[in-house]
Design a protein around this ligand. Structure first.
Ligand code: FEO
Length: 392
């Protein structure tokens, strides 16, 4: 148990070895943490648990520090497995313990575990007195699941924000002011880009709602990564920026190439963009980590996508990245397509259609080259990059 403030203790797990999250979808180069918090007051509350594979370590650690029967209530802010996967094991030890969660949380707990626990539904503004502290609940539907909520510990002025403001970031340190700021912000932004982008409108509305409450907030303690202690509102301000159709004015050229022709086109297009003075990266969709690629797209205003045509279609990594772009529904970005082909050459049209479906405006007609681009076609690709940069 690590005391983080007054009566609040961190009782989570640091997962140093985690390399992929959400199955194999999200890369976690720096591991992650599953933060669970214990509030020891006249009554004792546990807020969230940890991912299923760590249930034994989690419960052993709790038992070393407290009598489990002294837990008066459990708050489940969110029912995704990384936060409530250990709940069934804990409930075997303290089967009568009341659980507090949102209405959707109650439904999802039932769907996940099919148990008849003592579940108490709470809504925004409901509270539970612990003694010196009071838990106040704030529903946060679709940030990022329908069940999500945050718990504010009034008395300790601490917001237990669950996934919001988190980072997949295991560190020997507990607080934002103790870690490398570049690492911290890289992970916080990657988390936002890959998980929260589709809900940006709701993020903005929720920030407005919480700010209007004028609550004193000394700590923001999310369910992943480090706790925001030094100027905790800095991450709220960042979320407000990131939720505002964010980009950094640059261009990303992403490509997938069978024999290098589409890659030559990509590099020529990037040269054209660069000539116009814009920042540009040309990255292979097959070789570059896809979750990191999403962060690069998040930061870009222009997204140029290229694939060779294969059997009247696009290459597999291009299809995967376009699918991810479609989930996330980025706003305020423009796009274009390119690609080499052998005989039929459908890739450009397919990419344009998929980008449009994802809400990315096609800024100009795509460019194709049969087999290897000729020197003239390379020049045309450079001009294409320059023209796209103008649109950006
Ligand atoms: Fe960290 Fe949505 O779970």
């Amino acid at each position: 148990m690590i005391k983080i403030k007054d009566n609040i203790y961190w009782v989570g797990i640091k997962d140093w070895e985690l390399k992929k999250f959400h199955g194999d979808e999200y890369s976690t180069h720096r591991g992650s943490t599953y933060n669970s918090y214990l509030i020891k007051d006249k009554r004792t509350a546990l807020v969230d648990t940890v991912w299923t594979p760590f249930h034994r370590e989690f419960i052993d650690n709790l038992e070393k520090n407290i009598d489990l029967n002294s837990i008066d209530l459990i708050v489940i802010n969110h029912t995704e497995q990384d936060h409530c996967g250990s709940l069934p094991y804990l409930m075997k030890k303290i089967p009568g313990a009341p659980i507090y969660c949102s209405k959707n949380g109650a439904t999802l707990l039932k769907r996940h575990f099919h148990q008849d626990w003592n579940v108490n539904i709470v809504k925004t503004g409901d509270s539970v007195d612990l003694g010196d502290n009071k838990l106040v609940f704030v529903e946060m539907p679709m940030l990022h699941w329908p069940d999500s909520m945050a718990t504010y510990v009034a008395g300790a002025n601490t917001l237990l924000s669950n996934d919001a403001f988190g980072q997949h970031y295991a560190s020997p340190y507990m607080y934002n002011d103790e870690v490398d700021q570049c690492e911290l912000y890289q992970e916080a932004q990657k988390y936002y880009a890959n998980i929260l982008t589709p809900f940006s409108k709701l993020v903005k509305a929720k920030i407005k709602e919480i700010t209007a409450l004028n609550l004193p907030i000394e700590l923001i303690a999310p369910s992943h990564g480090v706790i925001w202690r030094d100027n905790p509102m800095q991450i709220v301000e960042k979320y407000d920026q990131w939720a505002s159709d964010y980009h950094e004015g640059k261009v990303i050229v992403i490509y997938d190439s069978m024999w290098g022709a589409t890659k030559q086109m990509a590099l020529a297009i990037a040269r054209g963009v660069e000539r116009k003075g814009l920042g540009v990266k040309a990255l292979s969709m097959g070789k570059y980590d896809k979750s990191d690629l999403i962060t690069e797209i998040f930061k870009s205003r222009g997204v140029i996508v290229g694939s060779s045509t294969v059997y009247k279609g696009i290459l597999g990594d291009t299809a995967a990245v376009l699918e991810m772009i479609n989930w996330l529904k980025f706003k305020n970005k423009i796009g274009a397509a390119f690609g080499s082909y052998g005989w039929s050459g459908e890739s450009v049209k397919i990419i344009e259609t998929r980008l449009k479906e994802a809400g990315i405006e096609i800024a100009m007609e795509g460019i194709r080259a049969q087999y290897n681009p000729s020197p003239e076609e390379i020049k045309a690709c450079e001009a294409f990059g320059e023209a796209f940069a103008e649109k950006v």
